[in-house]
Design a protein around this ligand. Structure first.
Ligand SMILES: C[S@@+](CC[C@H](N)C(=O)[O-])C[C@H]1O[C@@H](n2cnc3c(N)ncnc32)[C@H](O)[C@@H]1O
Length: 262
């Protein structure tokens, strides 16, 4: 419990999870004072309960914001998956692109490098600390419009973006949130525009990762197996039609890229 040191109050030791929650609200206040975003919806429960140590705790950013570490977590595939996602946008981006959720490492930096004179990038994340980290790590933060928003309830008009990228977010979300994230990402993609997902996928039977990753994912990423056992295309909303769905897998099937053309 926080308060003046001489007042009579109950004294609790503060758990790392509580520290993360306090830091989030302080960072949020700082962001609001700085006027960098509208008031976001609150931190979703799954993020707070399951991923506080990876994305919300103040030390998380210091630990995980290392290129070599995010590359190691993806078994050395970070750069090739980043390229696979970004090449869908073309060498020079002249449209409006949305990146749904921040990504540790240099994903956004490489996205910004492709911007042409008429290109722009919006990045949304629900965690204030992640928005602050993004702004701090970019070499040209003024080229990115970083906003506090929830992927399951985007504050953009229908068809507002030429392309939308969702990099390794879906496996972290419970099925009902994932479904809303996919529906929202598709809603804000222009007719004819591209929606690009890169995420985990169930490896082929001969891949050792099909067996090695099960204990890792079931322990650390409780919603990921659900993504393994389904198809992203199966979670598309019924009320928005798409003209094409293209899926490619990588690294023996452990990763997938799904490109949906509206
Ligand atoms: C994109 S995912 C993981 C990406 C990748 N594993 C990495 O290295 O960063 C992580 C981000 O998603 C954000 N996130 C999780 N749920 C979200 C939601 N509902 N809306 C917006 N951002 C969300 C987290 O705050 C975090 O910054």
């Amino acid at each position: 419990m926080r308060g003046c040191s001489w007042c009579f109050h109950e004294s609790h030791s503060v758990s790392p999870k509580q520290t993360a929650a306090i830091a989030q609200s302080e960072t949020l206040q700082a962001l609001q004072i700085a006027g960098t975003g509208r008031t976001p919806t609150s931190i979703p429960e799954y993020l707070h309960n399951t991923y506080w140590w990876a994305y919300l705790h103040p030390r998380a950013v210091h630990i995980f914001e290392r290129q070599w570490l995010v590359n190691l977590i993806l078994w050395g595939n970070f750069a090739s998956l980043r390229v696979a996602a970004l090449q869908e946008l073309g060498d020079v981006i002249n449209g409006r692109v949305l990146q749904v959720a921040c990504v540790y490492g240099d994903f956004t930096e490489h996205l910004v490098r492709r911007l042409g004179p008429a290109g722009s990038v919006d990045v949304i994340d629900v965690a204030p600390i992640q928005i602050k980290n993004l702004q701090a790590k970019l070499s040209n933060p003024q080229h990115v419009n970083a906003l506090l928003q929830d992927s399951s309830d985007l504050h953009f008009e229908d068809g507002s973006h030429d392309a939308v990228v969702v990099f390794f977010l879906l496996h972290e979300q419970p099925a009902e949130v994932r479904r809303k994230t996919i529906a929202e990402a598709l809603r804000v993609t222009k007719p004819g525009g591209k929606l690009i997902f890169v995420d985990y996928h169930k490896p082929m039977a001969l891949s050792p990762f099909r067996y090695l990753m099960v204990p890792v994912l079931t322990t650390l990423e409780p919603f990921a197996m659900d993504l393994w056992n389904g198809q992203i295309a199966d979670w598309l909303p019924a009320d928005i039609s798409v003209s094409n769905v293209d899926k490619q897998t990588y690294f023996g099937g452990l990763y997938q890229k799904v490109v949906i053309t509206r």
